[in-house]
Write a protein that binds this ligand. Structure first.
Ligand code: SF4
Length: 250
């Protein structure tokens, strides 16, 4: 076990109910700031597994974390991995899921809305990703994730602080009031360069759309190639003010 002193401190201070003790959670997070993502993941596993889950859209950062987790626990049983299958994902993303599962011998569960895309579009008179993307994201992503984390104590996300203004305040460990469990962000203080250095050094599978100018990859109706222009979220909901689907906004 790593950081036995920290674990004792966590368990004592959080009293197994982290949502009620935010100052102590902040203290733990500050301590973890100086640790590597692998150490943070180890801390999360030791404190929350098997009640620990991770959502991934197979972005570069998510693929890095899956590689790290597979090395920390080759059995793949410490963390339940899932992908929000909106019904609007790129074929390249779905193919990457297969490559990841084959390479690491693990399962990334599909979590979907109870209503299929054809059912939703029939009910609403057509797709709403252009007319009301916030509602579309709520139906295809937020509601399914809310259901998916019920019963879990913590979830892992792959966000980095320097991706967007709304992610800039993310702690390494924080209470996620929206979904009602602890959120662990092992890559919060990593940079894009560190992510890609890790990918190339460890031969991590990644989405080939990145090589075609897509900095960030979400659903195909709302994602465009951005080339070398803009920030890490360029191309997402292009032409609108929207930069987040809502999973990571507080
Ligand atoms: S990213 Fe676009 S298609 Fe996907 S859920 Fe959000 S609005 Fe709908």
């Amino acid at each position: 076990m790593i950081f036995p002193d920290l674990r004792d401190n966590v368990n004592e201070s959080l009293n197994k109910n982290p949502g009620t003790n935010l100052p102590q959670l902040k203290t733990v997070s500050l301590t973890l700031e100086a640790k590597s993502p692998q150490e943070i993941l180890t801390w999360a596993i030791e404190n929350y597994s098997p009640s620990l889950t991770m959502a991934t859209a197979f972005g570069a950062e998510g693929c890095v974390l899956i590689d790290m987790l597979s090395k920390l626990d080759p059995s793949g049983k410490s963390v339940r991995l899932f992908n929000l299958e909106t019904g609007y994902q790129f074929p390249e993303t779905l193919a990457l899921r297969e490559r990841i599962q084959d390479k690491y011998n693990l399962t990334v569960e599909f979590i979907s809305s109870k209503e299929t895309v054809p059912e939703m579009e029939a009910r609403l008179g057509g797709p709403i990703y252009n007319s009301n993307p916030t509602e579309c994201c709520r139906l295809r992503k937020l509601v399914p994730l809310t259901d998916a984390v019920v019963g879990y104590k913590a979830w892992i996300s792959a966000i980095r602080r320097d991706q967007t203004a709304s992610r800039a305040t993310a702690d390494i460990v924080e209470w996620d009031n929206k979904f009602g469990l602890v959120k662990v962000n092992p890559l919060a203080n990593w940079t894009k360069r560190l992510v890609w250095e890790y990918i190339f050094a460890n031969d991590v599978p990644y989405n080939p759309l990145h090589d075609q100018g897509f900095p960030s990859i979400g659903c195909f109706p709302c994602t465009r190639a951005a080339g070398q222009e803009g920030d890490d979220r360029s191309g997402r909901w292009a032409g609108t003010q929207k930069t987040e689907c809502g999973l990571h906004t507080k």
